[in-house]
Each structure stands twice: as C-alpha cells, then as structure tokens.
Design a protein around this ligand. Structure first.
Ligand SMILES: NC(=O)c1ccc[n+]([C@@H]2O[C@H](COP(=O)([O-])OP(=O)(O)OC[C@H]3O[C@@H](n4cnc5c(N)ncnc54)[C@H](O)[C@@H]3O)[C@@H](O)[C@H]2O)c1
Ligand SMILES: [Zn+2]
Length: 363
C-alpha cells in the first residue's frame, strides 16, 4: 500500500535547481529525503491542527531535533515572529549544519523560508505545502519574506529551498474560501499556458472539487510557473507574465483595505485584464466569455463593490511609488499572453467601473 502511494508521487523535475515532489501523501517521500540527507533537522509548522498532525509524522528518526508549532496568519507574518522562530531554533539546538523543514501554507513558506535563509547566515530549507496557494505559488520560486507595517512582503530575500513537497491530500481539509485563493492562481496559469491545461480546468469546473485530479492539476500549475521562473529568476521580464490580473488585484486589495483577498482580487483582475484586452482589440469575445464562464462555475466573484475611483487611485499611487508607467499583462488568446502593455487611463477607469456591474453575459 505504501509502495503504491509512493508510486502516486509525481516528481516534477523542473528547470529549477531543486526537486518538487507532488503526492496525495508525501510523508514517506519527505522521510526518505531526510534519511538520505542524514542531517539533523527541525520541523517548523503552522499551529493549525491539520498541519500539526502532518508535521508530527515527519518526526522520523534520531536526526529530528523537534517539531515546533507557531500560530501564523498574515498578521503574524512579521519580523517579530521570525525572531521567535530563531530563538526557538537556538533552544532546540539548531546550528549551521541543521536543515529546516517548514510545513504549512503560503505564510509558513514565506516566513519559515526567510527564517531559514537568515538563521546563522542561512541554513538549507525544505517546504511541505498544505494549501493550494503554497503548492502552486508561494513554495516554488524562491521568494521569502515578511510584511512591514506599510505593506506586504516589503522585507525579504530570494532564497531557493533544497526541495518542495506539495501534499495534495491536505487540500481535503482546506475550506473553499482558501481553496479559491489558489484556484485563481491556477486559472491564471491555465490562461497563460492554454492548450490542454485550460481545457482541463474548463472541463472540471462543473464538478465538485473532491473529484478533481489535484495531483495532476498542481503538477501542471507548478510546471508552468517553474518554467517561467527558471527563465527569469529575478523578475527582469518573462516572470511578469505571472502577474496576469495582478495590477488590478493589487489595486482592489489596497482600495478595499484588504477586505478583497488576493485570490478574489486575482479573479476580478482576470476579468478586468480580459475586458481591457477586448477593448484594445487583442482578445476575442469568445475567449473572454470562456474564461468568465469557467470562473462562474468555479464560484469566483466576477463583480465587486470597490469603487473605480478608489481602485484607480491605488493604481496611480503604486505607479508613483515605482516611479514608472502603468503596464499591464493582457491575454491575446488563451495560451498567449503579452506583458508590458500600456493603455490610456480612461480605458483602465472604464474597465474598473465595469467591475462593479454584472458580468458580460456568458450565454
Ligand atoms: N513567496 C511567494 O512567491 C508567494 C506567492 C503567493 C503567495 N504568497 C504568500 O502566501 C500567503 C498566503 O498563503 P495561504 O493562502 O496559504 O495562507 P496561510 O498560510 O495563512 O494559510 C491559510 C490558512 O489555512 C490554514 N491551513 C493551512 N493548511 C491547511 C490545511 N491543510 N487544512 C486546513 N487549513 C489549513 C492556515 O492555518 C491558515 O489559517 C500570503 O502571505 C502571500 O503573500 C507568497
Ligand atoms: Zn498572486
């Protein structure tokens, strides 16, 4: 049975320097990885009971110095928590030769990854992802960090893990609200990739999530992200593609004082990017409506109460902060996305206003 389960693991040997292993239950694979490294390790986990249960099973043999749980959440993604993690690592006997294994969602991967990269000037890090956001986004790509009072992710560094495990069985305990956060990124990736990936998501969209082949979906989303990231480790160009829908998302999040979550912002941003692409003659109405229909079936919000003026002001201040012009990532077709597009402000404002109205009829 265990062997069969291991057979279900997919190792996405990406273009990155580290392996990404995806499985319904990655515990045997994590343990075998740790055994091969034969190095002392500490397990750090989110204090959510579902996550702690998984983390405890990674305790393995004598090399494990301890399993330490931390209450996380976005409000605790702060330097003060990193300090607590460092103190706890020291108390557990971790030194420069210790490996850190982090278990949890995107907050855990950002914060524990950052803590590992800065503990004693940096120790190796492994992440076991338990939310869809962590699996398809946060845990791969090497971005780690914490929030400052003035904004999200303002303190951090690029630090690649030595391995990532996406434990898709964990998705069973994830509430829909959190699953949707990751689904918006999956859909974004499917629009970038097109081909069979978008077709698969479209075909699955009427079906309940428990019937979805998560292993394959997560693997495909990771492949697309890592292919793009490997080409462009420091975000000079290509990585921009992954920002499809994100200029709008960030504006809606800021203008709503974060009442609009990132995933909801991305969903709305995908509609907005489609609308802008339609208006500038890039995208076909048929393709736009396919995306909208899929989002509707996935239960993603297509309209918002956030006022266009407030969202535009947030975009403008972001632009000022970056000392540049507003550039958008827009779809040209499903499977063909263009970045660095500039459009007249009035068009952006009008698309933002349209987000407060009913979606385009999807027939
Ligand atoms: N570094 C990057 O490239 C990158 C990319 C995307 C997102 N992020 C970051 O990721 C964070 C969001 O990630 P998230 O949505 O995973 O948030 P999260 O880590 O806070 O997890 C969301 C909630 O789910 C709980 N949880 C975790 N696993 C669970 C499970 N298996 N079952 C039930 N509950 C579970 C957590 O305790 C938490 O309450 C943000 O801080 C964002 O900035 C980073
Ligand atoms: Zn995102």
């Amino acid at each position: 049975m265990a062997a069969q389960e291991e057979d279900r693991d997919l190792i996405v040997n990406t273009d990155l320097t580290y392996p990404v292993c995806i499985g319904d239950d990655t515990r045997p694979a994590v343990l075998s990885f740790l055994q091969h490294r034969a190095q002392p390790y500490v397990v750090l986990c989110d204090a959510n009971p579902n996550v702690v249960a998984l983390a405890r099973d990674i305790r393995g043999g004598k090399d494990c110095l301890g399993v330490l749980a931390f209450t996380l959440g976005e409000s605790r993604k702060r330097l003060s928590t990193v300090e607590r993690v460092h103190e706890a690592l020291l108390a557990a006997g971790a030194d420069r030769g210790t490996l850190i294994v982090g278990v949890g969602g995107g907050v855990a991967s950002d914060l524990f990854g950052f803590a590992a990269a800065t503990y004693m000037r940096g120790v190796p890090y492994v992440h076991v992802a338990t939310t869809l956001v962590a699996m398809v986004d946060a845990a791969v790509g090497g971005k780690t960090g914490v929030d400052l009072r003035k904004g999200k992710n303002l303190c951090g560094l690029f630090a690649d893990p030595v391995a990532v495990f996406a434990n898709t069985g964990s998705l069973e305990t994830l509430p829909y609200r959190l699953l949707r956060e990751g689904l918006a990124e999956v859909l974004k990736t499917a629009i970038i990739e097109g081909d069979e990936f978008f077709d698969a998501i479209e075909a699955l969209s009427p079906h309940p999530f428990w019937r979805w082949p998560w292993l394959e979906i997560v693997a495909q989303a990771i492949k697309v992200k890592t292919m793009i990231v490997a080409d462009d480790r420091k975000e000079a160009g290509m990585r921009e593609l992954l920002n499809l829908g994100h200029t709008f998302a960030h504006a809606l999040e800021t203008a709503s004082n974060y009442r609009v979550s990132h995933g909801v912002g991305v969903a709305l941003g995908l509609r907005a990017a489609g609308l802008l692409a339609l208006r500038t003659g890039r995208f076909s109405e048929e393709a736009h409506l396919r995306v909208l229909a899929t989002m509707a079936l996935l239960g993603m919000p297509l309209r918002t109460r956030v006022r266009a003026g407030a969202a535009f002001a947030a975009m403008a201040s972001d632009k000022k902060r970056r000392n540049g012009t507003l550039r958008f990532v827009l779809p040209v077709a499903i499977g063909d996305v263009e970045y660095g597009v500039t459009v007249p402000d009035r068009m952006v404002k009008s698309v933002l206003a349209q987000l407060t109205r009913s979606p385009e009829a999807t027939g």
